[in-house]
Design a protein around this ligand. Structure first.
Ligand SMILES: C[S@@+](CC[C@H](N)C(=O)[O-])C[C@H]1O[C@@H](n2cnc3c(N)ncnc32)[C@H](O)[C@@H]1O
Length: 185
């Protein structure tokens, strides 16, 4: 795990629609491009705030989170039919090789990077599969999100994904966040 894990006591904050300021529902869906018949994973799904946006379009969406209490919150909120909660660390996923057509992660990369997480993603995402990462950037000014010194940056994330076996096809630094779209080689 990279840095500290999000505090379950603050789970309610993840449901704040003001968060769309940093990543809108439309942008998230257009980045992930969910398609019927696909098996995807949301890495560090939390309360399912972003998971819900892509769930209706896919066959199976694994909501992966290391904290079982986040899944309890999500269950109480209501799980979409395609969503299967998986309590696991991104560095040790209970999926077979190439099982996923793709994966997405919002505001969590800095929490799971390290400990072999990217190698594990390269194992479970099939060749040609798409990985979308949007997270708080170390280049931001810290007006929202985790402390700036706990964050990653686009350049480092792109290098790390390249080394892990992904081809970066899009990368952007913007206000407070960065985004990377990468394809499993
Ligand atoms: C900042 S929250 C973001 C939740 C959600 N992605 C969103 O944007 O609403 C980070 C979530 O990732 C989970 N998490 C942190 N490290 C993890 C890891 N190594 N493996 C799986 N989940 C992790 C935390 O438990 C927490 O629910």
């Amino acid at each position: 795990m990279g840095h500290h894990t999000f505090d379950i006591e603050k789970a309610e904050n993840l449901e704040d629609e003001g968060r769309y300021r940093y990543l809108s529902a439309e942008e998230f869906r257009s980045l992930v491009r969910p398609a019927s018949g696909e098996t995807l994973a949301d890495l560090g799904s939390g309360t399912g705030f972003y998971t819900d946006l892509i769930a209706p379009d896919v066959e199976t969406l694994y909501a992966v989170d290391v904290q079982a209490k986040m899944h309890e919150y999500y269950r109480e909120k209501g799980l979409p039919g395609s969503v299967e909660p998986v309590t696991a660390d991104v560095s040790d996923l209970p999926f077979s090789d190439d099982e996923l057509d793709g994966a997405a992660s919002t505001m969590t990369y800095h929490e799971f990077v390290g400990d072999g997480a990217l190698a594990e993603l390269a194992r479970v995402i099939r060749p040609g599969g798409r990985l979308v990462v949007v997270d708080w950037s170390g280049r931001g000014d810290g007006e929202s999100g985790p402390p700036v010194d706990e964050r990653e940056e686009l350049a480092g994330a792109a290098d790390a994904l390249g080394e892990a076996g992904f081809r970066v096809v899009r990368g952007e630094e913007r206000d407070e966040t960065f985004l990377v779209v990468a394809i499993r080689s």
